[in-house]
Design a protein around this ligand. Sequence first.
Ligand code: IMP
Ligand code: MG
Length: 186
Amino acid sequence: MERLDEIIKKDMKELLYDAKTIQKRIVELGENITDFYKNESNELVVVGILRGSCMFYSDLIKCINLPIHIDFMAISSYGSSSTSGIVKIIKDIEEDIMGKNVLIVEDIIDTGKTLKYLLNYFRERGANSVKVASLLDKPKRRLVEISGDFVGFEVPDDFIVGYGLDYNQSYRNIPYIVSLKREVYS
Ligand code: IMP
Ligand code: MG
C-alpha cells in the first residue's frame, strides 16, 4: 500500500489547520460549552454523528468539564452526497433524550440540510434543548438558514478532508485538515 503521507502530498491543495491548531481550538470550544451548560440541572447528552465527527468528538468531550452522557448516531444522505436533504438513519441513539439537553457534534456544516433534519429529529423526541458543535463551517454553500452554536473554523468552498472528514471514505485518519485539489474529486 502507498503511504498516506505520500498520497496527501499528491492530492492536497492546501493545509488548512495543523494538529496543534485544531487541539487549541477544541480546548476553547470545550470551555465555551462548559460555560454554556454549567448552570443547567438537566442531563447533557452529547451525540456524535458518525463517521465524520469521530476524531473531533473524542477530543472535544475530554474538554467539556461537566458530567455528560455520550451517544452516537450514524446517518447517510440519500442521493449525491448531501444535496437531497433526506437522511437515512443507520444507527439511532440509545439514550432517551426526553427533557434532556442534546449537543449534536458534527464534522462540517455544508448545505445545512443534514443539520436541519437532525435538529427536528431531536426536538420531536422531546429534548429540552438542542445545540450544535461543528468542527467546520462552510457558509458559502448554505441552502437552508441554519448555523452552529459552537464552531471550530470557517472553511473555504473547497472539498475538505482529514481529522475525520472523508472523500469516498478515504483520508479520515489524517491528523490535520486539508483541502483537496479539484481534479481529485471532480
Ligand atoms: P450538509 O447536509 O450539506 O450540511 O452536509 C453535511 C455532511 O456532508 C457532513 O456531515 C459531511 O459528512 C459531508 N460534507 C460536506 N462537505 C464536506 C467536505 O468538504 N468534506 C467532507 N465531507 C463533507
Ligand atoms: Mg461524510
